[in-house]
Design a binder for this molecule. Structure first.
Ligand code: FE2
Ligand code: FE2
Length: 148
């Protein structure tokens, strides 16, 4: 499978308005976090518009990418002694387990709920996570890592 078919967005399905990357609106000023967030949104947008034939493959890529994204944040939390680490890691675990459950449904051919989850729930979850837990982490990292 080449990249063109993997990220096929030819279906006329408008993306969720929260999926468009904007450094001003979404960027937190910590490059490693911003990089993962930008990729996360582009995979979510592609997944929302992808045909059934590649939905599961791209969903797996989203789960893999999210594992990596969360692991990187958690590594930074541990290295810098972030005080709200426990709640943030618990939230990551919860979301990964929801994603895994939706992936398993999709693998069994039950795509209605997973599609709804990707189209609406995940963009809304991300927006909330961004302005609460990830913003707090970014503020802490900017001070700890002297990014400003
Ligand atoms: Fe994040
Ligand atoms: Fe996070």
């Amino acid at each position: 499978m080449n990249d063109m078919t993997f990220f096929d967005t030819s279906e006329p399905d408008p993306p969720h308005p929260l999926l468009t990357w904007s450094q001003e609106r979404i960027g937190l000023g910590v490059p490693v976090m911003d990089g993962y967030h930008q990729e996360f949104l582009s995979i979510l947008a592609a997944l929302g518009a992808t045909p059934d034939g590649v939905f599961v493959a791209l969903f797996k890529e989203l789960v893999r990418h999210t594992h990596e994204h969360f692991s990187q944040e958690e590594k930074l939390m541990k290295e810098t002694g972030f005080s709200a680490m426990r709640e943030h890691i618990e939230e990551h675990r919860r979301v990964l387990s929801d994603l895994q459950a939706m992936l398993e449904r999709a693998e069994h051919g039950r795509r209605r709920m997973p599609r709804e989850f990707i189209k609406n729930h995940m963009p809304e979850w991300f927006q909330l996570h961004l302005v609460t837990m990830d913003s707090a982490l970014a503020q802490h990292l900017k001070i700890s890592l002297n990014l400003e």
